[in-house]
Design a protein around this ligand. Structure first.
Ligand SMILES: [Zn+2]
Ligand SMILES: [Zn+2]
Length: 346
């Protein structure tokens, strides 16, 4: 079968690989029907993800049809269309029981697919802990609508949830990339007074505006984001900030634009250390929540998608066969042709 393989620092390529097979009783084999490229795949290729294993098949955001299940798999059966969770988790350990699946204690727990084990930029893939990892897609939800359930939408959903957004809040989302836009969509579920989107890329702000993902749009290159937020909130600042940009100054903007006692969710993945200027922020009494998504809300996300309340598919700007993956990687990395997300069909 065809697959996109991480060959080692700086190199990826299309390769012919053998079909995966069931290794554990809790595994399932999936025929991938739609897959996509994530910025994390570029981080892996660049050698910026130390735990990524050279030789693995990339891809951690995809949907498919169950081909075969191990003896102990109960929740899904062959023939079912399913969304795949970005995280592998046992469902039974200390952290899993508390919903903190990102820190699952199993040796295969956490982000494994397309990083430490073969992922879904391929025709078929083996899914460990299939009962936890796979969620049936409702009949009325298409593959495109379900594609971002397990990673991007899970991240946006998690960020909005731990942001503790209340009705009439002003929510600032830094970064209008795919993760930022999913955070905006999910923040809207809490009916805040307004969602303010900030990004230095005007075309991405325009995209978010076109799709009605935020109410207000700021370019930090042209305006002071903290000032703009205070102007909109009687001098207070944002009630909730979701930092999904991971840019050079975005962490500083995040806490500066927050009002006292605000929740600042740091969902971005930085390539460098960030400075926490405690003397400057003393008295502001901020609550920082950081980290990697606890992706265990796929069922809710698919229900909200079926109800038309989440529209992840609006991020798909390009469609191509998996055979064209290398060309799509190039386009995605260079942000050419207004690309937000690509959908690849094996
Ligand atoms: Zn990802
Ligand atoms: Zn666990």
């Amino acid at each position: 079968m065809q697959a996109v393989v991480y060959r080692g620092k700086g190199e990826i390529g299309m390769e012919e690989r053998p079909m995966p097979h069931i290794e554990e009783d809790t595994d399932a084999i999936l025929r991938v029907t739609l897959t996509t490229i994530c910025t994390s795949d570029l981080h892996i290729r660049n050698g910026a993800v130390p735990r990524a294993v050279p030789g693995i098949i990339l891809g951690h955001e995809f949907v498919g049809v169950v081909e075969e299940t191990g003896r102990r798999v109960k929740n899904v059966r062959p023939g079912q269309r399913v969304a795949v969770n970005v995280e592998t988790f046992c469902g039974e350990c200390f952290f899993c029981k508390r919903g903190f699946v990102n820190n699952c204690e199993d040796k295969n727990g956490g982000w494994a697919l397309g990083c430490r084990i073969d992922g879904g930029q391929a025709e078929y893939v083996r899914i460990p802990f299939a009962d936890q990892a796979l969620t049936p897609i409702p009949d009325q939800v298409t593959d495109e609508q379900a594609l971002f359930t397990g990673d991007l939408l899970s991240t946006g959903y998690w960020a909005a949830k731990i942001g503790e957004i209340k009705k009439r809040d002003t929510v600032l989302v830094l970064g209008a990339g795919p993760a930022g836009m999913c955070a905006m969509m999910c923040a809207a579920l809490y009916s805040p007074a307004r969602i303010v989107a900030a990004d230095i890329d005007e075309s991405r702000l325009a995209f978010a505006r076109r799709h009605g993902l935020a109410d207000d749009f700021l370019n930090p290159a042209n305006v002071s984001v903290p000032d703009a937020l205070r102007e909109r909130t009687q001098g207070r600042g944002a009630d909730v900030v979701i930092e999904a940009a991971g840019g050079k100054d975005s962490f500083q903007l995040a806490w500066q634009a927050a009002r006292p006692n605000a929740v600042v969710v740091v969902a971005a993945m930085y390539e460098e250390n960030q400075i926490l200027p405690l003397p400057e922020m003393y008295g502001k009494n901020l609550i920082f929540k950081t980290g990697g998504v606890d992706a265990c809300s796929c069922r809710e996300i698919l229900e909200l998608t079926a109800q038309g309340r989440l529209k992840g598919e609006c991020l798909i700007t390009h469609r191509a066969p998996l055979a064209d993956a290398m060309e799509m990687y190039r386009l995605f990395e260079r942000k050419e042709d207004g690309v937000i997300k690509v959908a690849l069909t094996p």
